[in-house]
Design a protein around this ligand. Structure first.
Ligand code: NI
Length: 173
């Protein structure tokens, strides 16, 4: 498979609501998921949504792992989530740093629910229910926003919470 390009902010596909997947086991869906996995593997990202490779469908991958981009990230098995939904398990939100492969070079503090319950269809077509907290819950909410045509900058409460990535790396060490 040739290299998959990550769609950048300004591309309209990042601003539309993604369509639910109807045929999870279909060859088209499976091919799209493989393209997403390949795209994510070629980056230091911790998650990816289908619209980020130009596919306006409700598929995300959550793949927390420590990297130079996110040194504190916990390690988890990369998880493909089809048609995901979530509910907050408490009203509590916490500000934390986020970046996005579609918006290179900057980071911002974003308020997110600290504990959530997610339901989705997995790659084998089975319904799954899972609870996530802290950083993994944050990744999920970030990727879910992409399916709604939102990006994390839309949720920043104060422009002063936006920094250049070079400054962010000074802040976290
Ligand atoms: Ni993103």
């Amino acid at each position: 498979m040739s290299a998959v390009e990550i769609v950048q902010l300004g591309n309209p596909v990042l601003r539309v609501v993604a369509t639910p997947v109807t045929e999870v086991g279909g060859i088209e869906t499976q091919t799209e998921i493989k393209a997403m996995q390949a795209a994510l593997a070629s980056t230091q990202g911790v998650g990816l949504a289908a619209p980020q490779i130009g596919i306006s469908k409700q598929i995300v991958i959550v793949a927390s792992r420590p990297s130079p981009r996110y040194p504190q990230a916990p390690l988890m098995e990369p998880t493909v989530m089809i048609n995901p939904r979530f509910v907050a398990l408490s009203e509590e939100k916490e500000k934390g740093w986020e970046g996005c492969l579609s918006i290179p070079g900057i980071r911002a503090l974003v308020p997110r629910y600290t504990a959530i319950e997610v339901t989705y269809t997995n790659i084998e077509g089975h319904a799954v229910q899972q609870q996530f907290d802290s950083f993994v819950a944050r990744i999920f909410q970030h990727e879910y926003d992409h399916l709604e045509g939102k990006v994390y900058l839309d949720r920043v409460e104060d422009n002063q919470d936006i920094v250049a990535e070079s400054e962010y790396f000074k802040l976290i060490v």
